[in-house]
Design a protein around this ligand. Structure first.
Ligand SMILES: Nc1nc2c(ncn2[C@@H]2O[C@H](COP(=O)(O)OP(=O)(O)OP(=O)(O)O)[C@@H](O)[C@H]2O)c(=O)[nH]1
Ligand SMILES: [Mg+2]
Length: 274
């Protein structure tokens, strides 16, 4: 695992208000460092415009690309961007290990580098970077702020009926099996107050794939975090290919069942220091 540039200078968010437009600065919690993470597998066409759009919307964040040795050269492109842009860092992983493992690697990096806030999003423009300031602003009244398709004002664009039904079903299962109260439990566009995640036992995570989103919420809830959802419109990707498939969906259901069993048995979510 090669980590390029993570030790580089990170911009604190306590800069003067005049450095960015009033809308952007007012939206960001003062005095905190934010790491935006992008898990990538074959996102070459999306990466460069996405990084630019993120830094345009939130100039003070750092960005970490977590790439699983994408065959299309996304990791190489990420290195090129990082060499020109000190706020951008890259975590290279040797091969495709699943979105869950990549997401947890991103979280570990955010904790290790002592960021205050972790914001994760997809790298295919389904999550609009312009929403980032609103997500960060809502951290003032919750530990976990979630972009939500399933509250008034939110939605999806460009999805087939089957895809919509799959998403609704997995959300219903997550609420039923894990006792979650939030409406969009499978979305990835979220930010977290890292001080509240420090005690989570990351070695206990069961998801290696897409169920990591529900599992993060389950564990955060058990650890006492508060939640807030803000409406987002999820747009189907225009470039590149989706990696979600039936196997991934079935695997997600299996993980939810395992977590439901953990919940019934009271398996702890926080580290037990010996
Ligand atoms: N590092 C890494 N990233 C992954 C892996 N699988 C998916 N991703 C990334 O995770 C994000 C979400 O994956 P997508 O394939 O877009 O899946 P989705 O957004 O749930 O579904 P679509 O609506 O079909 O796009 C994208 O940025 C992918 O490139 C993986 O195994 N490793
Ligand atoms: Mg996607």
């Amino acid at each position: 695992m090669k980590c390029v540039g993570v030790a580089g200078a990170a911009d604190p968010l306590s800069g003067p208000v005049s450095e960015a437009s009033p809308g952007q600065i007012r939206s960001i919690p003062p005095g905190g460092r934010v790491l935006v993470t992008l898990c990538t597998y074959n996102e070459r066409e999306n990466l460069e415009p996405l990084v630019a759009a993120i830094l345009d919307a939130a100039p003070h964040v750092d960005i970490l690309v977590v790439d699983d040795n994408s065959p299309d050269g996304t990791g190489i492109l990420a290195d090129q961007i990082a060499s020109q842009q000190p706020q951008v860092h890259v975590l290279h992983r040797p091969h495709k290990q699943g979105l869950g493992r990549a997401t947890l690697a991103a979280l570990r990096e955010a904790l290790t580098q002592e960021y205050d806030y972790w914001l994760n999003m997809d790298a295919d423009f389904s999550h609009d970077p312009k929403v980032i300031p609103a997500l960060l602003a809502s951290l003032s009244h919750a530990d976990v702020v979630m972009g939500s398709r399933y509250i008034p004002g939110g939605g999806t664009e460009g999805w087939s009926l089957v895809r919509r039904m799959m998403s609704r079903t997995i959300n219903a299962y997550a609420r039923l099996l894990l006792g979650l109260r939030t409406k969009d439990n499978s979305g990835a566009f979220r930010c977290y107050r890292l001080s509240r995640l420090q005690t989570l036992d990351l070695s206990r995570f069961r998801a290696t794939g897409y169920a990591v989103q529900e599992e993060l919420l389950y564990r955060c809830r058990r650890a006492g975090c508060t939640f807030h959802e803000i409406p987002i419109t999820f747009r189907d990707r225009e470039r590149g290919q989706s990696k979600i498939n039936l196997t991934e969906a079935l695997l997600a259901v299996w993980v939810l069942l395992q977590l439901a069993s953990d919940r019934l048995r009271g398996v702890p979510v926080v580290r037990v220091d010996k």
